[in-house]
Design a protein around this ligand. Sequence first.
Ligand SMILES: Cc1cc2nc3c(=O)[nH]c(=O)nc-3n(C[C@H](O)[C@H](O)[C@H](O)COP(=O)(O)OP(=O)(O)OC[C@H]3O[C@@H](n4cnc5c(N)ncnc54)[C@H](O)[C@@H]3O)c2cc1C
Ligand SMILES: *[C@@H]1O[C@H](CO)[C@@H](O)[C@H](O)[C@H]1NC(C)=O
Ligand SMILES: *[C@@H]1O[C@H](CO)[C@@H](O)[C@H](O)[C@H]1NC(C)=O
Ligand SMILES: *[C@@H]1O[C@H](CO)[C@@H](O)[C@H](O)[C@H]1NC(C)=O
Ligand SMILES: *[C@@H]1O[C@H](CO)[C@@H](O)[C@H](O)[C@H]1NC(C)=O
Ligand SMILES: *[C@@H]1O[C@H](CO)[C@@H](O)[C@H](O)[C@H]1NC(C)=O
Ligand SMILES: *[C@@H]1O[C@H](CO)[C@@H](O)[C@H](O)[C@H]1NC(C)=O
Ligand SMILES: *[C@@H]1O[C@H](CO)[C@@H](O)[C@H](O)[C@H]1NC(C)=O
Ligand SMILES: *[C@@H]1O[C@H](CO)[C@@H](O)[C@H](O)[C@H]1NC(C)=O
Length: 633
Amino acid sequence: MARLSTLLVAVAALTRHTCLAYPRALQASKVFLSGRDVDEQYDYIIVGGGTAGLTVADRLTEDGKNTVLVVEYGELSNSPLISTVQGGFMGMSDSQFLYDIQSVPQKNLQNRSIAVLAGKVVGGSSAVNAMMTVRGTAADYDRWGNFFGANSHWSWDGLLPYFKRALNFAPPDAAVTESAEITYDTSFWGNTSGVYAGWPSFQYPGTTAQMDAFRGIPGVPFVKDSGSGEPGVYWYPTFMDPTLVERSYARTGHHDKAANRTNYHLVAGSKVLKVVLDGTTATGVSFVPVGSKKDTPQTVVSARKEVIVAAGGIHSPQILQLSGIGPRELLSSANITTVVDLPGVGQNFQDHPIIQATFTYRKFTYRPTSQDLFLNATFSAWADTVWAANRTGPNSLATGNAAAWLPFPVISPRSADISSALAAQNHTLYLPADTDPTVAAGYRAQMLSYASALKENSTAFYNLVLTGGATNGIVVDLHPLSRGTVNIDVSDPYNKEPLVDYRALSNPMDVDIMTDLIKFTRRYHLDNPMTKEWAATELSPGASTQTDAQFADYLAETLSPSEFHPAGTCAMMPRELGGVVDEELKVYGVQGLRVVDAATMATLVGGNTCQTVYAIAEKAADLIRFGPPTVVE
Ligand SMILES: Cc1cc2nc3c(=O)[nH]c(=O)nc-3n(C[C@H](O)[C@H](O)[C@H](O)COP(=O)(O)OP(=O)(O)OC[C@H]3O[C@@H](n4cnc5c(N)ncnc54)[C@H](O)[C@@H]3O)c2cc1C
Ligand SMILES: *[C@@H]1O[C@H](CO)[C@@H](O)[C@H](O)[C@H]1NC(C)=O
Ligand SMILES: *[C@@H]1O[C@H](CO)[C@@H](O)[C@H](O)[C@H]1NC(C)=O
Ligand SMILES: *[C@@H]1O[C@H](CO)[C@@H](O)[C@H](O)[C@H]1NC(C)=O
Ligand SMILES: *[C@@H]1O[C@H](CO)[C@@H](O)[C@H](O)[C@H]1NC(C)=O
Ligand SMILES: *[C@@H]1O[C@H](CO)[C@@H](O)[C@H](O)[C@H]1NC(C)=O
Ligand SMILES: *[C@@H]1O[C@H](CO)[C@@H](O)[C@H](O)[C@H]1NC(C)=O
Ligand SMILES: *[C@@H]1O[C@H](CO)[C@@H](O)[C@H](O)[C@H]1NC(C)=O
Ligand SMILES: *[C@@H]1O[C@H](CO)[C@@H](O)[C@H](O)[C@H]1NC(C)=O
C-alpha cells in the first residue's frame, strides 16, 4: 500500500477508494428529508447544518426548551469515506460531499480557475476536511477585537474558554508520546465536548527529525502545545474519536447528540433560498428540495426568536445578498430589492494560499521515511495486522500532526522593510475599483494591523506542514494581503452558485512575502546544519529561480489561492469599516438575524480554520442564550 507523503499527493491518491459502497442515508426520527414534515414555526432556524450550525443547534436545544430547525443542503451520510481516518482526506474523494464550484479565472495566475471546495453534507466542511486540529496565535484573535477598540470580548482571553468547550482532548498514548517526543499541555484544552481532538497511535520517525531540524535555524521557537496561542514548531492533534479511531466532526459530536431531543429538527437535502424579512426583521426562511425545478413552491418556516445563517464562507454572503442584504448596486443588477444596503456582504474574501516549495531527500536513513517503511513487507504486514486487531499503528494516522508556524521576522531578513512598505501603501488601489469607502477603510485597518504583525513575533505568517516523508512541499501563507469577492451571479442569482473571485496576488506585496516564504523553505532544507545529511534536492521552484521577477513568474504559474478555508465574507467589523455583523454576530440593520461561521472572521487566523469555527460557534451560542458578557475575564 503506497504511503502518502504530502497533502496534495494524498488528494490525488485517494480516488482509488471511490469503489467503496455507501450505506443509504440514515433517517432518524427527527431528521426529515424534505420540507413536508417540518413544523410551521420554531424558536430558532439555522441555515446550514455544518461545523458552526450543528454546534449552535446542539447548544440551543440542550436545555430542552428552545425549538430549533436546521435546514441543510446536503444529506445525512454514513459513508466510510467520511468516517475513516486513513489519509485524512477521504471526504474529498467523492464529489457528492462537495459543492461543484470553479473560481472565476485568476488574472494574476495566468487566468487559471481553481476548484472551490466546501462540504455539502450534514456536518459541512468538518465532514470532509483533513482533520488538522490547530488554532491561530493569540494575536490573531486579539486583532478581531481591536477593530472594535480595546475592550472587546473578542480576544484570545475571551475565546479560550470556548476553545476548551469546543473540543474534547484525548492525549496520545504513552508509547508514541515517548518515541516521537510529542509534547502537549492539557491546561489549554477541555474534556467535555462530543467533538474530539485525538491522536493516532503511531508517528513516522521522519516527522520528529523534520521538527528537530528547525533547531538549526536561530530564533525558531518551539512550543509545548498547539493550543497555547504562541507561534512556533509544535505537535497538534487530529479531529478523531480516540475509541472508534474515526473522524470526529459536527455531525457525530453535535447532531447525533441533539437528534434524540424532541426540540431539535433537521431537514436535509434542502436549499435555503433566502431569509424572509418583515421590514427589517428576519421572520423565517424559505427553502426548496435540492434539485427541484425552478418554479417549485417554496417551503416557508417562521422563527419566533432568530434566524442564524451558518452556510459557510461561500454561501452565507450569497444567502444574505439573495435576501436583499448587501451592496445595493449588485442587488439591483440582479433585480433584488435592497432591504439593507450593506456594502461589506461578500467582500473581504480571504483564503490561505498554498505555495509549492518542494524538496526531496536522497538520504534520510537515520530515520526511515514513511515510504521506506512501507516498502518493507514486514512493516507493511504489521501495520495491517494491528489496524485489524485494534485500530492502532500507521493506519491510524490521518494527515499528520506536526508543523512549523513562524513569525515573519524569524523567516525574513527584510521584515522591517516589508512592514513599512505595507503601512505606506495606498491600500484602496488593490481593491476592486467600485469598492465602498467603508469596505476600503476596513481593508486599510487590516493592512495596518498586518504591517505591525510583520515586524513582531506574535503572529505566524509561515506554515510548513511536516509529514515524515522523503518529499516535503506544502508551504502556506497564513496572512495573505489580497482580498477577493463572493457575489451572487446576477445572470441567475437563485439557481447559480455565487461567483468566487480570490483576486489572488491583487496586492503585489503578497508576492514579496511569498517569495520570502519560499526562500526560507530553501534555507531550512539547503542551508541548515541539521538537514545537511539529508542531501536535499529542490524540485520546485528549482535552483534557477533566483531573481524577484523569477519568483513572481513562478508564483503566477503555480500558486493555489485556496487551502479550502474561505472566510471574511460576512466580517465581524464595525459598520464604518465595512463590517457585516457586530460583536454579537448580529447583522447590521436587521433584527433577529445573525451569521455564525467562518464568514465572520474579519481576518484569517494563522492556522487551519475548523477549530476556530467551533470556538466561534460555542461563543455564539452563549451570546444568543445569555447576551454579551458584562465582564471580560
Ligand atoms: C477539503 C477541506 C479540507 C480542510 N481541511 C481542514 C483541516 O485539516 N483543518 C481545519 O482546521 N480546517 C480544514 N478545513 C476548513 C474547515 O473545515 C472549515 O473552515 C470549517 O469547517 C467551516 O465551517 P463553517 O461552519 O463555516 O462551514 P461549513 O462547515 O462548510 O458549513 C456550511 C453548511 O451550510 C450548508 N449550506 C450552504 N448553503 C446552503 C443553503 N443555501 N441552504 C442550506 N444549507 C446550505 C452546507 O452544505 C454546509 O453543510 C478544510 C476544508 C475543506 C473543504
Ligand atoms: C487572461 O484573460 C484576459 C481576458 O480574457 C486576457 O486579456 C489575457 O491576455 C489573459 N492572460 C493570459 C496570461 O492568458
Ligand atoms: C477534565 O478536566 C477537568 C478540569 O481540567 C479535570 O479536573 C478532570 O480530571 C478531567 N477529566 C478527565 C476524565 O480527564
Ligand atoms: C523576533 O525573533 C527574532 C528571532 O529570534 C529576533 O531576531 C527578533 O529580534 C525578534 N523581533 C522582535 C520584534 O521581537
Ligand atoms: C437516544 O435515545 C435512545 C433511546 O432513549 C438511547 O438508547 C440512545 O442512547 C440515545 N442516544 C444518544 C446519542 O444519546
Ligand atoms: C431584471 O429586470 C429587467 C426588467 O424587467 C429584465 O430585463 C432583466 O432581465 C432582469 N434581470 C434579471 C437578472 O432577472
Ligand atoms: C523491516 O521492518 C521490520 C519490522 O519493523 C524490521 O525489524 C526490519 O529491520 C526491517 N527491514 C529492513 C530491511 O529495514
Ligand atoms: C493491538 O494489537 C496488537 C496485535 O494483536 C497487539 O500487539 C497490541 O498490543 C495491541 N495494542 C493495544 C493498544 O491494544
Ligand atoms: C489612493 O488611491 C485611490 C484610488 O485610486 C485614489 O482615489 C486616492 O486619491 C489615493 N490616495 C492617495 C492618498 O494617494
